[in-house]
Every structure is written in structure tokens, then in C-alpha cells.
Design a binder for this molecule. Structure first.
Ligand code: KMH
Ligand code: ZN
Length: 308
């Protein structure tokens, strides 16, 4: 089996500050937690930004530049900037920071979908900020827009024009066929780094049978031209990433996708989750990839060719 790439998704745009005091919000918190995750063994860091005043998801390049240089200076991890941002943002907003920063890697969401966060609001009664409740409850009528035209624009703007390669976020089997379509159009080049995303309400459920099926179809569509990673939301994170590691895949953890370290226990940092999955995958006999290994496996352009 190949060395295993651990990705850590530091803060995201799904969880809100009232859900956990450990969710990083300010540039300093994001930078410190990203550096800690890299030190714990993450070779790819997936990054969103937040407004430091209230923790609201932010598309501002200024907010991203508050931590990107610091993380780059303190670690050789691959910095992967989200093009998903938040489903409430326009595509122009979502692309502003990655267009300016020209990172080695970006996420790319392979289909338009529902992205239902509102069930989480029912568990909170003490809100830190006034934006949180309407943000979560409004997701019952929110479309996370990723049309083929949007996907083609991201591939061109960030891939062709700026040398980024992609973490293809596939939330369902249909997204694998969309990626195949773009490969047939010659707009994406192998090796494809495909993130199977489980447990988002609007995407495929976190059942082990679905991991088996996603891999079966990805094997059929992409053969030796792809590597799969797995992320799963909430309590499903460790069980499904453990399965992925046993199947020869890569793994993604981080507070973007789950706030806990064990049932009913909040993780105090991203590094805690990285250390936990690292212990598990090493017990399974997998060797953790370094950032240099990840760059070689995925054909990345190098940190020296970013614009931050
Ligand atoms: N939030 C994760 C479920 C992105 O940032 O482009 C998927 C993700 C999307 O990370
Ligand atoms: Zn993300």
C-alpha cells in the first residue's frame, strides 16, 4: 500500500463558534492550529477563513493572508484553499482568495447539492453571535451551486491559469461521473485526488456500504489514475477514515468536518484528531506520507510557486 496522506481541515464553514470553543476563528488561531496539525502528521492542510470579529465564514483574501504566510513559513505542509467557501457565497467570492494566493491545491466540489446544516441549530440554545442561528436555519432553502460551468471555470482559473491541482470533493456517486466527464473533456489530468465525502445532509450517507460502492465505481471509472481519500462528518469521522486506511486510501480529519475526539467529547484542537488517526493508521501498518511524498504522489507544483 502507498504511504497514507493525512489531510487536516482546520476550520471550514459548517460549524459555528457556539458549537465549540475550540473552533479556530482568528488568523492566529487558524495558523497555530494548522501548524500544530502539520506537526502531528498532516501533510495537507485544507483552509477556510473566518471573520475574526464574529467567526462568520469569510471569502476575504485579507483574512486568508492573515494566516497563509505564517503557516507556509512554519511548515512544509501543502496548503489547500477551499473553493467551496460557504454555500451562501457567490462563486466570485469563493474564488477571490485562491485566485490571489495561487495555492498548490484547491478543493473542487463536483456537483450542485443541498447542504443542510439546520439540524445542528436544534442542539444549541446559547448563541455567541446573532448570525449563527439564521445561517444554520436558512440552510433548509440553500443550494450549494457547483454547475458544470462553475466547475469548468474553477478548473481553468485556478488549474490551467495558476497551476493548482485539486481535492475533488465527491459527495455522491453521481459526482464521480461528473469528474469522469471532465477527464473526458481533457480539463483534468491524472492522478486524480478524490475525496469521498460522507454524512453531509444532502450528500451520500455515512454507511460503510457506501464507501465500498464509491470505491467500486471510482475503480471502474478511473482505474490506476486516481487515489481516494475519505472524510466523514461528525461521529462518523474516525470509523470511516479507519476503513479507508485499511482499504489503502488516504484520510481527512479536522474540525471543519467533526468537532469531537470521542463520543460526547469535544476535540481541543485539530492536532488531537490528527494524532488519533495517525495512531490508528500506523497500527494498521500504514506509513504516514510527508508533504514531499504528497507532492510527488499528486504532482503538485511546489510551495515556491504560490503567491503568498
Ligand atoms: N466541508 C466539507 C464537507 C470545500 O471546502 O470546498 C467539504 C469541503 C468543501 O471541504
Ligand atoms: Zn472545506
Amino acid at each position: 500500500m502507498s504511504k497514507i496522506i493525512i489531510t487536516c481541515a482546520i476550520t471550514g464553514s459548517i460549524h459555528t463558534p457556539s458549537m465549540s470553543p475550540y473552533l479556530p476563528v482568528t488568523a492566529n488561531e487558524i495558523a497555530e492550529q494548522a501548524i500544530g496539525a502539520a506537526q502531528a502528521g498532516a501533510s495537507i492542510l485544507h483552509l477556510h477563513a473566518r471573520d475574526p470579529e464574529n467567526g462568520r465564514p469569510s471569502s476575504s483574501p485579507e483574512h486568508f493572508m492573515g494566516f497563509l504566510p505564517r503557516i507556509k513559513q512554519a511548515s512544509d505542509a501543502v496548503l489547500n484553499i477551499s473553493t467551496g467557501g460557504s454555500a451562501t457565497m457567490t462563486l466570485d467570492q469563493r474564488l477571490e482568495a485562491p485566485r490571489q494566493a495561487e495555492p498548490e491545491m484547491c478543493s473542487l466540489n463536483m456537483g450542485t447539492m443541498n447542504f443542510a446544516l439546520y439540524p445542528a441549530a436544534e442542539k444549541i440554545d446559547d448563541w455567541k453571535h446573532d448570525w449563527e442561528k439564521p445561517f444554520l436555519e436558512g440552510s433548509d432553502d440553500l443550494v450549494f451551486k457547483n454547475t458544470p460551468r462553475d466547475i469548468a471555470r474553477i478548473l481553468t482559473d485556478l488549474g490551467v491559469d495558476r497551476g493548482a491541482r485539486f481535492e475533488f470533493e465527491c459527495y455522491d456517486v453521481s459526482h464521480l461521473y461528473m469528474l469522469r466527464h471532465f477527464a473526458d473533456r481533457g480539463l483534468v489530468k491524472p492522478p486524480f485526488f478524490i475525496q469521498f465525502v460522507f454524512g453531509v445532509l444532502g450528500g451520500i450517507g455515512p454507511d460503510p456500504e457506501n464507501l465500498g460502492h464509491m470505491k467500486l465505481i471510482a475503480d471502474k471509472l478511473f482505474g490506476a489514475d486516481y487515489a481516494f481519500s475519505v472524510l466523514a462528518a461528525g461521529r462518523h469521522q474516525i470509523p470511516l477514515t479507519t476503513m479507508a486506511a485499511a482499504m489503502g486510501g488516504h484520510v481527512r480529519v479536522g474540525l471543519e468536518d467533526s468537532l469531537t475526539i470521542a463520543r460526547g467529547t469535544l476535540a481541543k484542537s485539530n492536532a488531537e484528531q490528527v494524532a488519533k488517526i495517525r495512531r490508528i493508521v500506523e497500527e494498521l501498518g500504514r506509513e504516514v506520507a510527508t508533504p514531499a511524498d504528497a507532492r510527488g504522489m499528486l504532482g503538485l507544483k511546489g510551495a515556491h510557486r504560490t503567491a503568498f
